[in-house]
Design a protein around this ligand. Structure first.
Ligand SMILES: Nc1ncnc2c1ncn2[C@@H]1O[C@H](COP(=O)(O)OP(=O)(O)OP(=O)(O)O)[C@@H](O)[C@H]1O
Length: 233
């Protein structure tokens, strides 16, 4: 059984009289430890897919499996635990708590978990040991995203989900963040699912899921993914 599986998943939003199929029958699998890039144009359903996988949104029909459990059948309480223990989320705009230091932001996440990693150690792993006592406003965008990645990793989740994690960063910083995510996947064996509209990112993935208009258009596997340092866009 695959680590992650979407089986004919649909998400329909009712907009008055009109139904919008944000995700319109998606099926794909992901193996444990893979670095996965989900790529598609604006409005193709990427965020909806990630939100359903992350337990932040429910599907209208179909089946979502993660690590042998049927996420799509979870009730609200099970979803809360799933989001808390199993999922690490990295957002485009970091979403740090502004009046907490880098260390406190990471500790906040690890405190709600059963098997967290040491917050200071994880911050050191993302290259921020010298900035742990700084507030988000004292950090650059790239540093704030590193804190957000540390926060997600400190929970020791089963899967790390990243929604356009370089979208708010300049080219060089964006590349460094991509490299950090790729290295994290390789060094910790954590499954990483990253969504983007940038097709250059597909070269660094183990598996690429192309989506168009709410459907999976193609799935590719890279036998030899490129290092994030070497791609250009
Ligand atoms: N809450 C909602 N209510 C109604 N329609 C929605 C809702 N969320 C998303 N949609 C619609 O579903 C489709 C897919 O949206 P989604 O945000 O998943 O796409 P995306 O690929 O992530 O786009 P982008 O790259 O622009 O963020 C779009 O047509 C969008 O307008």
């Amino acid at each position: 059984m695959a680590f992650i599986e979407f089986r004919d998943v649909r998400k329909i939003y009712q907009m008055g009289e009109v139904e919008v199929a944000a995700v319109d029958g998606m099926s794909f699998t992901v193996e444990k430890g893979e670095f996965v890039v989900v790529v598609g144009p604006s409005g193709s359903g990427k965020t909806t897919l990630l939100n359903m996988l992350g337990g932040m949104d429910s599907c209208t029909s179909g089946t979502i499996m993660l690590d042998g459990r049927e996420v799509s059948a979870f009730d609200e309480k099970e979803l809360t635990y799933y989001r808390r223990y199993d999922i690490g989320f990295v957002f485009q705009f970091y979403n740090l708590v502004q009046n907490l230091t880098a260390l406190e932001n990471v500790e906040l996440a690890s405190q709600i978990c059963t098997d967290p990693l040491d917050a200071a150690e994880v911050l050191a792993e993302v290259g921020l040991s010298h900035r742990i006592d700084n507030f988000p406003s004292q950090l650059s965008g790239g540093e704030q995203q590193r804190v957000a990645i540390a926060r997600a990793l400190a929970k020791n989740p089963k899967v790390l989900l990243a929604d356009e994690p370089t979208g708010a960063l300049d080219y060089k910083t964006g590349k460094a963040i991509l490299k950090l995510l790729q290295d994290t996947c390789a060094n910790t064996g954590k499954t990483v699912v990253l969504i983007t509209h940038n097709s250059a990112f597909t070269d660094i993935a183990d598996r690429v899921i192309h989506i168009r208009e709410g459907k999976v258009a193609a799935v590719e596997q890279n036998a030899h993914p490129a290092s994030a340092e070497t791609i250009e866009w």
